[in-house]
Write a protein that binds this ligand. Sequence first.
Ligand SMILES: *Cc1c(COP(=O)(O)O)cnc(C)c1O
Length: 224
Amino acid sequence: MTTDLSTAERLSATLSLIEACTREAGRSADAVQLVAVSKTFGPAEILPVLDAGQRVFGENRVQEAKAKWPALRANYAGVELHLIGPLQSNKVRDAVALFDVIQTVDRPKIAVAIAEEMGRSGHVPALFVQVNTGDEEQKAGASARDAEQLVNQCRDELGLTIDGLMCIPPLNADPAAHFLRLAQMAGDFGLQKLSMGMSADFESAIRHGATHVRIGSAIFGART
Ligand SMILES: *Cc1c(COP(=O)(O)O)cnc(C)c1O
């Protein structure tokens, strides 16, 4: 996509691609939700996307989201915010207060902290477990080996509802193999939702059953 398109035009083109790909995959028109990843961008870039009707956004840092979204939300009803970056224990209170969906539950300690904070505050964001499908040392996410135990612990010991799984495939790998693996794991665990696919690979993710695609640069342009 060329840089002289406006943000709203890139949003519209992205939604068209998602729709075409969903249809080609034989899935129902509303099967895939766009999470517009607005990290690093400010109101000047986000407002045209809100004005165009997009309401679901992803942010990867709690503090950044806390600084910019309350003011935006005050003027736009129905915003749904997803946390897609790693969560630290000391940010759990803010995260539970601010986000509608936390996609990055990845270890027992954070699950326990989220459960406690939900009980304390009464805020109940939807939850996904992040799986490190490439078993990359530097990447967040439960290892494929630990994921099932984490999902079971959330459900059985902590009373948390886990809606689905999320992954970020390794940079230099074929993403399709990771999407396939995540879809199989979700099936095995009885989970319905799959957050997978970014600007470069969301079409493949949709073919493999993504219910949420997290798209930043294709809409907002390159991050600096
Ligand atoms: C930044 C980010 C995205 C969006 O990446 P693009 O390549 O800009 O679409 C998706 N998922 C996560 C977890 C991210 O941190």
